[in-house]
Design a protein around this ligand. Structure first.
Ligand code: FAD
Length: 415
């Protein structure tokens, strides 16, 4: 059979893989299969600039179909893969047809978790993953503005908080219900969680921490009308956005007998337990040298794994081991995160956290003992870029040096 790489999922990781294959000299056929009606687009603006109305649909486009065609990458939208036949080396499509492969890439992304509560599937209870989801939320927000109905966001994670900030920008009344005692508790240092809580409250968000939700209330038309709390009170809502995390889309891989554990298990080069099948992006769980699994949901992860997967298909080793990074925009604050903060036991703040919520250009350095693990920067891009270099190089300031703005952290790199 002639070389034919089939890529399932036409998102960030899928497009990156296809283009990196061509850039690396792959001359065989490449087919990019996506089950959405749209060609590849950027997801991050869906909760930020696009939802706020600051950019139009054309600015969401990641790669126009013609640009892919010029690289001889066959894009098929509206095309769902329903099974992988590893023995026959072919994928089965939802329309019953099959497609043979010489190499297969799973870039299937992830799916928002749904709310396992009564009323969780009512009209107006929406999650945000796709352009279709974002349009539904935008429409509902417009209706809330018209009818002066409030918005409730369930889950104080990045997507929920970005939606809350955007809704406030539009003048909507917003409540954020977070079950944990602090915002983004698994990734942010306690002082930054508090800072974000204060930021949202200063913009008029009714933020409830430790929130216990028991059900969603509906009106006579079966549309959501409020969120019932454990104390019996009801928070009124014309729209409920649920942002309680995602699950990796691993079912195809699982059904095909590939190793899966909270994601499709891959090595640093994106290889699965089948040498002909690789995986990249949100759908993966990367096995680290110590045997643990790392799940990342970010543009950088999808991009870098896509490049590693393409290299592996070309017979090269390109492990993705760089420092992970991520960003989130809320109001006029850009948070940029570098590294993995899990296990941190002390923190140092560099810069001005701006008690008035207006100034605020600073970074929080996470340490385990005296070892730098991660850096979260707010409106401090230079700190962020430097942090990535420090972490990549394994260079670590002491917490005292990190907190001292007079200390040249860049000097640690030169040594
Ligand atoms: P996706 O981009 O989700 O692509 C997977 C594609 O595969 C989807 O189109 C899916 O429909 C398709 N698919 C799945 N199963 C099948 C099948 N069986 N057959 C055919 N097609 C299939 N990351 C950041 O780093 N910074 C941010 O600020 C940020 N903001 C975000 C805001 C929002 C609202 C969202 C939703 C995500 C955000 N992310 C952000 C995360 C980032 O967008 C994802 O990590 C990234 O898109 C992952 O790329 P992917 O290719 O793995 O998955």
């Amino acid at each position: 059979m002639t070389a034919h790489i089939v890529i399932i999922g036409a998102g960030q990781a899928g497009v990156q893989t296809a283009e990196a294959l061509r850039a690396g000299g792959f001359a065989g056929a490449i087919t990019l299969l996506g089950d959405e009606p749209h060609g590849p687009y950027h997801r991050p603006p869906l909760s930020k600039a696009w939802l706020a109305g600051d950019i139009g649909a054309e600015q969401l486009v990641m790669r126009a179909p013609e640009a892919l065609a010029r690289k001889n990458i066959a894009l098929r939208t509206h095309t769902q893969v329903s099974a992988i036949d590893r023995a026959a080396r072919q994928v089965k499509l939802a329309d019953g047809s099959t497609l043979p492969y010489s190499g297969l890439v799973l870039a299937t992304g992830s799916t928002p978790r749904s709310l396992p509560l009564i009323g969780g599937d009512a009209q107006g209870v929406l999650a945000l993953r796709s352009r279709i989801d974002a349009s539904a939320i935008a429409e509902r927000m417009a209706r809330c503005i018209e009818q002066q109905l409030p918005v409730v966001v369930i889950g104080g994670g990045f997507i929920g908080l970005e939606v809350a900030a955007t809704a406030r920008k539009k003048g909507l009344s917003v409540t954020v219900l977070e079950a944990a005692p602090r915002l983004l508790g698994r990734v942010l240092a306690p002082m930054l969680s508090d800072w974000y809580a204060q930021l949202h409250r200063s913009h008029g968000v009714n933020l409830v921490l430790g929130a216990q939700i028991t059900a969603l209330e509906t009106d006579a038309q079966a549309a959501v009308s409020g969120v019932r709390m454990a104390d019996g009170s009801v928070v009124p809502a014309g729209l409920v956005v649920v942002g309680i995390g995602v699950s990796a889309n691993e079912q195809l891989a699982r059904d095909a007998g590939l190793e899966c554990e909270r994601g499709i298990v891959v090595d640093a080069c994106g290889r699965t337990s089948d040498p002909l099948i690789l995986a990249a992006g949100d759908c993966t769980a990367r096995r680290l040298p110590d045997g643990s699994l790392l799940r990342l949901e970010s543009v950088q992860n999808a991009t870098e794994q896509g490049k590693s997967v393409a290299a592996a298909l070309l017979g090269q080793e390109r492990p993705f081991t760089a420092t992970p990074w991520f960003w989130s925009d809320q109001y006029d604050k850009k948070l940029q995160m570098a590294g993995l903060s899990g296990g941190a036991d002390q923190w140092a703040v560099r810069g001005d956290m701006g008690g008035d919520m207006v100034a605020g250009s600073f970074s929080v350095y996470h340490f385990k003992g005296n070892k730098l693990l991660a850096v979260d920067s707010v409106n401090a891009s230079r700190d962020h870029l430097q942090a990535r270099k420090l972490l990549d190089a394994g260079a670590s300031p002491t917490p005292q040096q990190a907190a001292d703005v007079g200390f040249d952290l860049g000097g640690l790199l030169a040594k």
